[in-house]
Design a protein around this ligand. Structure first.
Ligand code: FNR
Length: 180
């Protein structure tokens, strides 16, 4: 099966991007992982742009998400909520005729420098996906608190307990996707 991974941060040294990069090694062996293009590739949502024709980047993104067996979102929390760039990307894709979030198995992960690990962004995402009728896995949850302390000098996620609980969550997600 194939999962696509969306990262909510666009900065080069992003801890969330490091978590996303770790997923290939942590996912069950028969799961193919593809990291989606940066959310920074999209303009700010504008119904006038949409009226002139859906941007190709949005159509392509929607097709990739639609064809995947699962969507994993790995995001920081900005001001207790969803980073604007990620919300913007969700808003664009939600305007596609066959919006691909409907019924899609979706898994949330977050990393932050704070002690709650971005939990509040996850709960705001859950609210958004109620309207879009996504099929979100509830538990186990993965929040990576004090993420800056869990990276190696190479900038990769090297904290063994964190890697272990992410692997367990991914195993559960595979069962969740299969139980569809
Ligand atoms: C933050 N950060 C943050 N952290 C947190 O735990 N709760 C929060 O509400 C916020 N709010 C917030 C707002 C803005 C605008 C920024 C730039 C940052 C800190 C955040 O966790 C930290 O910058 C992470 O390193 C961001 O994730 P990436 O870019 O490393 O993936």
């Amino acid at each position: 099966m194939k999962w696509v991974v969306w990262v909510g941060s666009v900065r080069k040294g992003s801890y969330n991007a490091a978590v996303a990069r770790a997923l290939r090694a942590l996912a069950p062996a028969d799961v193919e992982i593809e990291i989606l293009p940066s959310v920074a590739a999209l303009p700010i949502y504008d119904a006038d742009i949409q009226a002139e024709g859906m941007p190709e980047a949005v159509t392509a993104l929607g097709a990739t998400i639609g064809a995947a067996d699962g969507l994993v979102i790995v995001t920081p929390e900005y001001n207790y909520s969803i980073p604007g760039g990620l919300k913007n990307a969700i808003d664009w894709v939600s305007r596609l005729k066959d919006q691909p979030f409907k019924g899609k198995p979706i898994l949330l992960q977050s990393a932050s420098m704070g002690v709650l690990g971005g939990a509040r962004a996850q709960y705001h995402l859950r609210q958004v996906f109620v309207f879009l009728d996504g099929r979100l896995m509830n538990v186990p949850e993965v929040m990576v608190p004090t993420a800056h302390k869990k990276m190696g000098e190479d900038g990769e996620l090297n904290d063994a307990p964190t890697r272990d609980f992410i692997a367990k969550q991914l195993e559960a997600f595979k069962a969740f996707v299969t139980a569809r």
